[in-house]
Write a protein that binds this ligand. Structure first.
Ligand SMILES: Nc1ncnc2c1ncn2[C@@H]1O[C@H](COP(=O)(O)OP(=O)(O)O)[C@@H](O)[C@H]1O
Ligand SMILES: [Mg+2]
Length: 409
């Protein structure tokens, strides 16, 4: 957490206290004054790394604040009246480094402060690890088969948020999933439901981030577009409206993944059921893939088409896992038939779960939290384990070697 000294200059007690509390809570060392003259005097005694000044107090005084910093670069963030675009422009023209509207959200204030400190060379963001987090793509060529349910539950488990299974028989499946930093990206760009599954009301979303050039060049600012779930899982929500899909270009998306990778151990992407340049790029980049299959003929045909397409275009380099999700109580196709047709053994089979699954979605509490002792939650833990490389294949009854899911012919 940064602890840079910040000088707050505001006439109004309420705003002064609000700024002081927000910045102190964020780890900064703050001092406060009420007038620009006091600010100039304070800076002579003790240099600061940044000034946050209320517009009225700073008006006409930006130049004197600059002079007071005696050759050091001290960025000035001005708090301007909300909804007054003219005033904001005037402050920028008068030399403010950035302007924030009066009714700011805390994370916006923190983001802007951090961005100014980084730009002025006063704060060094954490050095990116050379590898960065693993990208995990959840995809199904057919919609409505549980892709989002599986992605959400897996992400919660990897974030360490799954409640422990209490039943002795199931507890053994609960081990070996160490809590990690997980980002879940909802790439079902038109009707994404990750937020619903987690009962979140995101303030910001993927379309907003993709269109925010400033955030795309600033990891801290980009982080302010994320929403954190009580499990610790961090979410980049799908656009709030279907048309937001058209605002998410491939390049901004690539930039977002590049920006986020160093901060997370796993980036789980719910890719939904549509191939387009963006989902194809993510499938190519992913270190692990979970392909969700509902065992009926149409879903199987779609999966077979996908396999052919991927084999002919670009075989993903990462690990690929098939998960069979039983959406219906009746077994429509035997898993052995699925295995034979696709020549791949599922990493897990999620059993039909009559009421709990739908209720989990309706209430926004993932099954692994709400009903950890159910067989479905145990299967979801196997999916999470497959993602981190722990596999549970029962010995194959037949010795025939199986081709990998997307092996070239
Ligand atoms: N194993 C299961 N048993 C019963 N219902 C399920 C199961 N898996 C998913 N569902 C239900 O199926 C519906 C669709 O799931 P969802 O994850 O939104 O699918 P997709 O993302 O593929 O469109 C949800 O209402 C969910 O509760
Ligand atoms: Mg979905």
């Amino acid at each position: 957490m940064p602890s840079n000294p910040i000088l707050i200059c505001a006439r109004g007690t309420e705003l002064r206290t609000e700024l002081e509390t927000a910045l102190t809570d964020a780890g900064y060392t703050t001092s406060t004054v009420t007038t620009p003259a006091d600010a100039v005097a304070a800076m002579r005694g003790r240099p600061v790394d940044l000034i946050v000044a209320e517009g009225l107090a700073a008006s006409g005084a930006i130049a004197s604040l600059r002079t007071a910093s005696e050759g050091r670069i001290t960025p000035i963030l001005v708090v301007a009246p909300a909804h007054d675009v003219e005033a904001r422009i005037a402050f920028l023209e008068a030399g403010a480094d950035d302007v924030i509207a009066g009714a700011f959200a805390r994370n916006e204030l923190e983001g802007r402060v951090m961005a100014l400190l980084i730009r002025a060379g006063k704060y060094q963001p954490e050095v990116a690890s050379s590898t960065g987090g693993e990208l995990v793509a959840f995809f199904s060529p057919k919609g409505g088969v549980g892709t989002t349910t599986l992605a959400v539950n897996t992400a919660v488990l990897l974030a360490g948020g799954g409640a422990p299974a209490t039943s002795a028989g199931l507890a053994s499946n609960n081990g070996a999933i160490p809590a990690s930093r997980v980002l879940l990206v909802d790439m079902d760009l038109q009707f994404g439901q990750v937020a619903t599954h987690l009962n979140l009301t995101p303030r910001y979303d993927l379309a907003g981030l993709a269109g925010d050039d400033q955030a795309l060049s600033d990891p801290e600012l980009a982080r302010s577009h994320l929403t954190t779930h009580s499990s610790g899982l961090v979410v980049l929500a799908a656009p709030a409206r279907p048309e937001g899909d058209f605002q998410v270009g491939l390049e901004p998306l690539q930039r977002i993944i590049e920006l986020m990778r160093p901060s997370f151990d796993h980036i789980i992407v719910d890719l939904g059921s549509r191939l387009d340049p963006r989902s194809l790029w993510l499938l190519e980049q992913a270190d692990a893939h979970i392909f969700v299959l509902f065992p009926e003929i149409a879903a199987l045909r779609a999966m077979s088409l996908l396999m052919n397409f991927m084999t002919e275009t670009t075989a993903p380099h990462g690990r690929t896992h098939l998960v069979v999700n039983h959406l219906f109580p009746k077994e429509l196709l035997k898993t052995r038939d699925v295995e034979n047709l696709l020549r791949a053994k599922p990493a897990a089979e999620v059993p039909y779960t009559e009421v709990d699954m739908i209720r989990s979605v309706n209430e926004g509490v993932p099954l692994v939290i709400a009903h950890p002792a159910t067989p479905a939650a145990a299967a979801l833990r196997r999916v999470a384990q497959a993602v981190i490389g722990i596999e549970h294949h029962a010995p194959s009854p037949r010795k025939r070697r199986r081709r990998s899911l997307f092996g070239r012919r």
